[in-house]
Design a protein around this ligand. Structure first.
Ligand code: SF4
Length: 61
């Protein structure tokens, strides 16, 4: 499982880094998915972060 943050769309709200800090962190004004692949134990939180993103900037595949 892999998570990708669309840097053009991300508004930097910080929600994904709060919801799933194992995968997302803030870098300047946007979030990045720094864990690749998404660790087994973080997959549910990662999906929640993707669903919770207010601008749908996170793709999970
Ligand atoms: S939740 Fe979405 S908009 Fe907010 S920091 Fe994460 S990727 Fe960016």
């Amino acid at each position: 499982m892999k998570a990708i943050v669309d840097q053009e769309t991300c508004t930097g709200c910080g929600l994904c880094a709060d919801t799933c800090p194992e995968v997302f962190k803030m870098e300047g004004d946007t979030a990045v998915a720094y864990a690749d692949p998404v660790p087994e134990g973080a997959q549910e939180d990662c999906r929640q972060a993707a669903e919770g993103c207010p601008v749908d900037a996170i793709k999970v595949e």
